[in-house]
Design a protein around this ligand. Structure first.
Ligand code: FPP
Length: 232
């Protein structure tokens, strides 16, 4: 299958939902679903490189995910810790730039060091920007931006200035937002940035997300007619 190069989304953002249900269906603990979900993360990065997507943003841990059991939270931290430290050199080799949105300071210190180290080591990479949303919430991001603007005594703010205060200041807006598992909710993801994003809600649970599903995302996007409020 070939794709019209112009119609490949520049920025794909994904809410990786369904890990818990995937595991439960098979009689495993929830964290096993997250663990297998990491393989889907690896695959998705490969597909982005293969099909020429320049920005991939993944919702890995939300500002609301602290409500989960400590065991599950620690399990997710451990997966992120291992994944980033084991893949740092591969990111450099594949020219994948690592970026984060959200506030990292509540995370364990050693995890923050691993995350910062990967960000530094990949800062010159330019094939794909992989942004992990960690302790991220759209409302939190918007409020942090507003508070920063107030502290700097701005009296009037326009869109051009405001977007420079968001965590996504170096990212284009997402062209398409995908949420797996069939749930059709936004759950506090990229609230300001999604103004003109396309949405797609495949039924597949995140651990089962594969190339066939990825191609369905591309095909869905190619069928959409984006008008940004105008008329064609
Ligand atoms: C949503 O599924 C998934 C999460 C809240 C965590 C996803 C995290 C990972 C896959 C690890 C991230 C790591 C990297 C490096 C990106 P759910 O638990 O809400 O599933 P459910 O709705 O079926 O319970």
């Amino acid at each position: 299958m070939t794709f019209k190069p112009k119609k490949i989304p520049n920025h794909l953002a994904i809410i990786m939902d369904g890990n818990g249900r995937w595991a439960k269906k098979r009689g495993f603990p929830r964290n096993y679903g997250h663990k297998v979900g990491i393989f889907a993360v690896e695959r998705t990065i490969e597909y982005c490189l293969k099909y020429g997507i320049k920005f991939l943003t993944l919702f890995a841990f939300s500002t609301e995910n602290w409500k989960r059991d400590k065991e599950e939270i620690d399990g997710i931290f451990q997966l992120v810790r291992n994944y980033i430290s084991e893949n740092r050199d591969k990111f450099v080799g594949d020219s994948v730039k690592i970026n984060y949105i959200g506030t990292l300071n509540p995370f364990p210190e050693d995890l923050v060091s691993i995350l910062e180290d990967a960000r530094r080591k990949t800062e010159k990479c330019d094939k794909l920007t992989l942004t992990l949303a960690l302790n991220y919430g759209g409302r939190d991001e918007i409020l942090r931006a507003i508070n920063k603007l107030i502290k700097e005594s701005h009296h009037e703010v326009n869109n051009e200035l405001f977007i420079k205060y968001l965590d996504t200041k170096n990212l284009p807006d997402p062209d398409i937002i995908v949420r797996t598992s069939g749930e059709q909710r936004v759950s506090n993801f990229l609230l300001y940035q999604m103004a003109y994003s396309e949405f797609y809600f495949p039924k597949v649970y995140w651990p089962d997300f594969n190339e066939r599903e990825f191609i369905k995302v591309l095909k869905t996007y190619q069928k959409r007619d984006r008008r940004y409020g105008g008329v064609k």
